[in-house]
Design a protein around this ligand. Structure first.
Ligand SMILES: Nc1nc2c(c(=O)[nH]1)N[C@H]1C(S)=C(S)[C@@H](COP(=O)(O)OP(=O)(O)OC[C@H]3O[C@@H](n4cnc5c(=O)[nH]c(N)nc54)[C@H](O)[C@@H]3O)O[C@H]1N2
Ligand SMILES: Nc1nc2c(c(=O)[nH]1)N[C@H]1C(S)=C(S)[C@@H](COP(=O)(O)OP(=O)(O)OC[C@H]3O[C@@H](n4cnc5c(=O)[nH]c(N)nc54)[C@H](O)[C@@H]3O)O[C@H]1N2
Ligand code: SF4
Ligand SMILES: [Mo]
Length: 784
């Protein structure tokens, strides 16, 4: 599977508690509606595309043209047959009063939300004219083009046709921070997790690090419990006693933002006690490479080959020379230059990070760190499965991912059945056998303009951007420090938004286009994805509601206005057929016709066993080895990873005196980000934002449970009720991300989040890191 964020449960009584529901209970409450007009009933199959990452396959009942029932569809591999409450709530949300019903033109100030309905012709002509005018004046790069992660059909083809500056998912600086660090060690990769989740049953130990899988990868819960029942020890490392922590064998609460310190302490123990896998480290890592004392660079010969010290000949030899036995440790002199092995230098570097030091920084008892490390290193195969909502969203998160990968490498857990390291949430661990899909190709003269700066830097950087065309809730969700983003948006000459719901970003647009939901289409076939070793086809379930159109149709009609439609597929089916048109044997026999005959879902022709990457232990780095030392970061003083205090949310920061609480914004099981904020069925059980606060912090501020509070810092503030909880460390507060602004008494969560970027992020494969969690606030009671 391509690396794209978009590609991106036996239900039991226990699972129903956190969002999953068995079909038995579903049938009970839906049955009364089934009585009327059964003759006008049809079944259609689709999949669910919001960015919870799940892509559940759905069997939909349509009665008299109305979507009345959603059930999980059958999968060839029945393990995946699931649907959650959000999926079920679509029966109501598709018909929500918040649906955008007609194209709109802004009549009030930006942000005021005053619009008038206009015709499609006027809306598309206005957009086409504006884009043409702006491109004529300032060039294609002055048009910023992007989409939210929950949008299933990005209009990227049109972006390329007009040469706009398109920002794709990997450029948002979100979710790929640890992956950026991982790629320093492992090289670029297809998938951020090395082992498929079905391989967890082969692990002795799985570390879920800031990973609330049981709420954020709901449909993978069965795999978690399969492993647990098989005897895999599950350990959750999280400052909060999360749903996942509650189901693990061990919970290790750490101070937020200190995952790197924990890994450094663990690596100290592994190196000092020689708990590493000697043969693995010698053969597949840079441990025997030689670092020059004079310039700190890795020693190479004239042919640019990496040199190692060969034990057999007692001389330096190229790493791939036959018959050699590389020394892992030692200091040597080569042509008058003093060198030492990477492993020796690393052992010296790590000396400062003792377990006692790590215990002090992370606030985890030293013996817990030692026991955990011993179990991880000596009791493997073992797996590290990081989350994205916690350890990924800090200023230095690249180091966290880098250290986790080094720890896995030292212990031989990469390219090993039952091992593994990487992103273990957002259903990504279900991505697996790599399949080369076909594509819809454009003539080579059409390409988007290169990005000038990373997406989240745009509001504060000097760029050519004058217009912004986007699908989804970009302004509200994807950029921290909302007040600054809105000021920037207001400075633009033109903004157009395409969404199906009236989300917050809509209010800043000059022209709004109503998209239809994923259940609606003008065409019999709407879309196709490759997910969980299966190909899923999306059929039309119902006709587009109100005056809405599919994103496909909008792209096509806008391209027509711009005289560019000859390059686009005629129908979504053309596009779907292009995707299936690939010589990859995994796709053999999978056609549109075969999919239709198989309830729109077929398994890829791939092996049954879990996917495990790098079984050959050849990595994507320049040396093809796992690289523990990286010259690229010499000038950043982290050629070996180092401990750095968080950028903002640290007691070492003077600002801490004024704003002593760290603000987390985890992902809620009731929403996928801002999607489902307005789902009325879900609002019945989760009806308003509640800031979670520890009793100690609440008492110190004279705050009672459910009172209105203001959360604030120098960037902004928001007001909502609080919830006093004792499942969370003191010194931090939490509010789940994604609530629409209208649910706050005042302000918005995104007003306070930290926009600072680590300059070394520019060197990372996936760009700079958005540090949403590296945020300090204070909380006070709202009087009156
Ligand atoms: N229901 C639901 N599912 C989703 C989504 C959604 O919005 N709703 N969004 C999807 C997307 S795009 C993403 S990125 C994923 C996110 O998936 P997760 O990473 O599982 O998301 P979170 O619950 O935000 O964060 C996980 C945990 O990190 C903890 N944490 C906070 N700070 C730290 C820290 O410094 N260190 C450690 N070790 N832990 C910390 C939090 O307490 C939380 O329990 O979820 C995906 N799945
Ligand atoms: N404070 C804070 N902010 C965060 C995070 C955090 O942890 N804390 N997490 C971040 C993360 S990990 C992520 S991935 C992002 C996610 O942020 P986004 O990618 O922006 O995700 P959503 O909020 O779900 O926005 C999806 C939007 O697309 C619209 N939409 C849905 N389907 C369609 C369609 O078919 N066509 C069109 N045109 N529109 C459609 C929806 O109505 C919705 O408005 O949020 C980030 N923001
Ligand atoms: S929201 Fe996610 S888990 Fe729920 S039905 Fe949709 S795809 Fe499945
Ligand atoms: Mo995400």
């Amino acid at each position: 599977m391509e690396i794209s964020r978009r590609n991106f449960i036996k239900a039991s009584g226990g699972l129903a508690a956190f969002g999953m529901i068995g079909t038995g209970s579903l049938n009970r409450w839906i049955r009364p509606a089934a009585a009327e007009g059964a003759e006008e009933e049809k079944i259609a199959y689709t999949f669910h595309p919001p960015n919870c990452g799940g892509r559940c396959s759905m069997k939909c009942t349509v009665r008299k043209g109305k979507l009345v029932k959603i059930e999980p569809n059958e999968w060839p591999d029945g393990h995946h047959k699931k649907v959650c409450l959000r999926g079920l709530s679509e029966v109501e949300r598709v018909y929500s009063p918040d649906r955008l019903k007609t194209p709109l033109k802004r009549v009030g100030e930006r942000g005021e939300g005053k619009f008038v309905a206009i015709s499609w012709d006027e809306a598309l002509t206005t957009i086409a004219d504006k884009l043409t005018e702006i491109k004529g004046k300032y060039g294609g790069k002055s048009i910023l083009w992007s989409n939210s992660s929950g949008v299933q059909y990005p209009m990227s083809t049109l972006a390329a046709l007009i040469g706009a500056q398109e920002h794709g998912a990997l450029d948002f600086g979100i979710d790929m921070s640890q992956a950026g660090g991982q790629s320093i060690v492992m090289g670029p990769f297809n998938i951020t997790n090395t082992n498929e989740i079905t391989d967890w049953v082969n692990s002795n130990l799985v570390l879920l690090v800031g990973n609330n899988l049981l709420e954020t990868s709901l449909t993978d819960a069965a795999f978690f419990f399969d492993a647990k029942e098989k005897g895999t020890k599950m350990v959750c490392i999280d400052p909060v006693f999360s749903t996942t922590a509650a189901k693990c064998d061990q919970w290790i609460p750490l101070r937020p933002g200190t995952d790197s310190a924990l890994y450094l302490g663990m690596i100290h123990l592994v190196l000092n006690n020689q708990w590493y896998d000697q043969e693995y480290v010698r053969s597949y890592t840079s441990a025997p490479f030689l670092i020059r004392e004079d310039n700190q660079r890795i020693l190479r010969d004239e042919g640019n080959n990496y040199l190692v010290w060969d034990k057999n000949s007692d001389s330096p030899r190229p790493v791939d020379a036959p018959g050699i036995l590389p020394e892992l440790e030692g200091e040597f002199t080569v042509n008058g230059v003093k060198v030492k092995t990477v492993l020796t230098a690393f052992t010296e570097h790590i000396r400062q990070y003792t377990p006692a030091w790590a215990a002090k920084v992370t606030e985890i008892p030293e013996e817990v760190i030692t026991d955990l490390t011993r179990e991880y290193a000596l009791g493997g195969p073992a797996s590290i499965q990081w989350g994205l909502g916690g350890p990924d969203k800090w200023y230095h998160s690249d180091t966290t991912g880098r250290l986790a990968t080094i720890l896995a490498g030292l212990t031989g857990n990469i390219g090993r059945v039952g091992g593994g390291v990487g992103q273990g949430t957002q259903h990504v661990t279900c991505w697996s056998w790599v399949t080369a899909m076909g594509s819809w190709d454009l003539p080579p003269e059409f390409a988007p303009a290169p990005a000038e700066v990373p997406f989240s830097d745009i509001p504060t950087a000097s760029t050519s951007i004058k217009a912004f065309f986007f699908q989804g809730n970009m302004l509200h969700q994807m950029i921290p420090d909302y007040n600054t983003s809105l000021k920037w948006a207001d400075s633009l000459e033109f903004i157009a938004v395409v969404d199906n719901q009236h989300c917050d970003s809509v209010n800043y647009a000059d022209i709004v286009l109503p998209a239809c939901s994923s259940f609606e289409s003008e065409y019999d076939i709407a879309y196709l994805i490759n997910e969980r070793n299966h190909i899923l086809l999306q059929q039309k379930v119902i006709e587009p509601l109100f005056e809405s159109k599919s994103d496909f149709q909008i792209e096509k009609e806008l391209a027509q206005k711009l005289g560019l439609d000859q390059y686009l597929p005629e129908t979504p089916e053309d596009y779907v057929r292009a995707l299936l048109n690939s010589p990859d044997p995994a796709l053999q026999g999978i056609t549109v016709e075969a999919l239709k005959a198989n309830q729109c879902i077929m398994r890829l022709n791939v092996p049954d066993q879990p996917y495990v990457a790098y079984l050959d232990r050849v990595f994507g780095t320049e040396s093809t080895k796992l690289e523990f030392y990286n010259e690229l970061f010499l000038e950043d003083h982290c050629a070996f990873p180092v401990w750095e205090e968080p950028n903002e949310a640290s007691p070492a920061n003077p600002l801490y005196q004024k704003y002593p609480l760290m603000l987390g914004s985890p992902h809620a099981r009731f929403r996928a980000h801002s999607t489902f904020s307005n789902a009325r069925w879900l609002l019945q059980i989760n009806n308003e934002p509640l800031v979670r606060i520890n009793p100690i912090d609440a008492q110190a501020r004279g705050i009672q449970n459910k009172e209105f509070v203001e959360v604030f810092n120098d960037r902004g503030s928001f007001q909502c009720r609080c919830q006093i909880v004792n499942d969370m460390r003191p010194g931090m507060v939490q509010l789940s991300e994604g609530w629409w602004s209208r649910y706050f008494q005042k302000g918005d969560l995104q007003e306070v989040t930290n926009p600072n970027k680590n300059p070394r992020g520019k060197k990372l494969l996936y760009g700079p890191i958005v540090a949403f969690l590296d945020t300090l606030v204070e909380v006070k009671k709202v009087e009156g």
